[in-house]
Design a binder for this molecule. Structure first.
Ligand code: F0G
Length: 467
């Protein structure tokens, strides 16, 4: 029996899904200005918009919910989280928040002063927006391999150590609020960061007396890649790797909607008690008291249990294996995907998929829309639309890659669904070279524009996006 056929679950509950007729799908797209966020979820057959808050909870998480404690102060469910964080990440000081961006808001409100910088590996969009909102600026120091969608470098989320040090010297260490490592690097294609690189960044941080934080939304998936790709860690357990990885950081923000497999929740965790104390009032004002921070006891109980489950090797092996399987199906059909295949998603290179749609006409966004029309599959663009404008010059930022992200929810879809997705992509690809025009903005929203901007077709006479 092949190892990859090992599924460490069986189903106890199902949700019915269906697909609207094809002509209805095109009109739904047009009504929503071809923005994927405007499609009602019940009109979606397979939802790959995000892996955030879309995972399937286990029987143990549901049992934890039933026995959760809903106290305002001193909730037992909060102490369950503290225990899990201590065991898996090794930290004492935990602040609960309602989701990842809330942790970013609190952290950046305190650590960033006007004109400060946060170097890191391709900051996630809400992270970047919160840093800029606090009047700071991001510096992207990801290694150059990340710009090449066909390179097979195993840790494309790594930071360029030389560039990092140069940037610190250039802006001066006093102007660096902290260094941020995103594990895995979502905006860079779900690519992992190696333990060696984390150690090297830690050394630079110490050399210049700077704090090092992690954006730990997908920390467990990063640990899986360290275990399977970094020889020194092959025989270590995921939790041992996690403990070592976090030992190099001064704290982390976490959207628990990913690797803690809960619909809502977040954490802000600190090593330094002074920073912890300084952040507390912001949590109380913005999120809630220090033992719930915007989460219900039920959410906290499920989150604590989720942290244990997502750091089990068989879960990770199946989860990342499923993403890999989809990627392999596409690769076999010569679909231009980003390699190596990421942890939570397969990313298709829009510019190579539609080589005759110019870069200014959003080829990756066009692929997202085509996938919905062709198969009722919802994905999201991680490219020219998401990259937005430079906050200082107002110019459109030209991203290294223009990608369509197929994010796979945890424990939610089957092998047959993966086959269906691959067949739908292939169907569009057959004809992709004959498509010569894409989209232009109909309405461009100001600030984190990809959530609410709308598009119109350059060739308004098209009756199908891909046929
Ligand atoms: N950091 C990373 C790396 C993320 O991927 C996300 C969210 C956040 C922070 C913010 O967390 O949504 O809980 O406020 N990513 C989702 C996605 C939305 O689809 O990739 P949040």
């Amino acid at each position: 029996m092949k190892e990859q056929w090992f599924v460490p679950y069986r189903y106890k509950m199902v949700e019915k899904i269906s697909i609207p007729p094809k002509n209805e799908r095109l009109s739904i797209l047009k009504q929503g200005g071809f923005n994927m966020f405007s499609i009602p979820s019940e009109k979606v057959y397979i939802d790959l918009l995000t892996d955030s808050g879309t995972g399937t909870m286990s029987d143990k998480q549901w049992s934890a919910i039933v026995s959760a404690d809903e106290s305002y102060a001193g909730s037992r469910s909060f102490f369950d989280i503290k225990k899990a964080v201590k065991e898996i990440m090794g930290f004492e000081h935990v602040l609960p928040v309602h989701q990842g961006r809330a942790a970013e808001k609190v952290l950046n409100s305190v650590l960033i002063k006007e004109g400060m910088f946060v170097p890191g590996n391709t900051h996630f969009d809400t992270t970047k927006a919160h840093i800029e909102n606090a009047k700071g600026r991001c510096i992207d120091v990801t290694i150059s391999e990340s710009e090449n969608s066909t390179s097979d470098y195993p840790f494309k989320g790594d930071l360029d150590i030389y560039k990092l040090e140069e940037e610190i010297k250039k802006v001066t260490p006093e102007k660096v609020a902290y260094i941020l490592i995103t594990v895995t690097c979502n905006s860079g294609g779900g690519q992992p960061v190696s333990m060696q690189n984390i150690k090297d960044v830690h050394k630079i941080a110490r050399k210049y007396s700077l704090k090092l934080f992690f954006d730990a939304a997908r920390f467990a998936e990063n640990c899986y890649f360290i275990k399977t790709r970094e020889i020194a860690y092959n025989n270590r357990t995921i939790r041992e790797i996690s403990n070592e990885m976090f030992s190099y950081s001064d704290g982390f923000t976490m959207s628990s909607k990913k690797d803690a497999i809960v619909p809502m929740g977040g954490l802000l965790v600190l090593r330094d008690v002074d920073i912890f104390d300084a952040l507390k009032p912001f949590v109380i004002l913005n999120e809630g008291y220090l033992t719930y921070g915007g989460m219900s006891g039920m959410t906290m109980a499920a989150l604590a249990q989720g942290l244990y489950e997502s750091t089990e090797f068989d879960y990770l092996h199946y989860r990342i294996g499923q993403v890999k399987m989809l990627g392999e199906l596409l690769k076999e059909a010569s679909i231009p995907i980003v390699t190596p295949i990421g942890g939570h998603a397969v990313f298709i290179d829009g510019r190579r998929f539609f080589p005759n749609i110019s870069e200014e006409q959003f080829p990756a966004q066009y692929l997202c829309a085509s996938l919905y029309e062709a198969g009722g599959i919802r994905t999201v663009e991680v490219g020219a639309n998401l990259a937005d404008r430079d906050p200082d010059t107002g110019e459109n930022i030209r991203p290294k890659l223009d990608l369509c992200r197929l994010a796979i929810p945890r424990r939610s879809y089957s092998y047959e669904h993966m086959m269906y997705i691959a067949e739908t992509v292939k169907e569009i690809y057959k004809n992709s070279k004959s498509i010569t025009s894409g989209f232009q903005f109909d309405f461009e929203s100001k600030g984190i524009r990809h959530f609410s901007s709308t598009f119109k077709l350059i060739n308004s006479k098209r009756e199908s996006l891909f046929e």
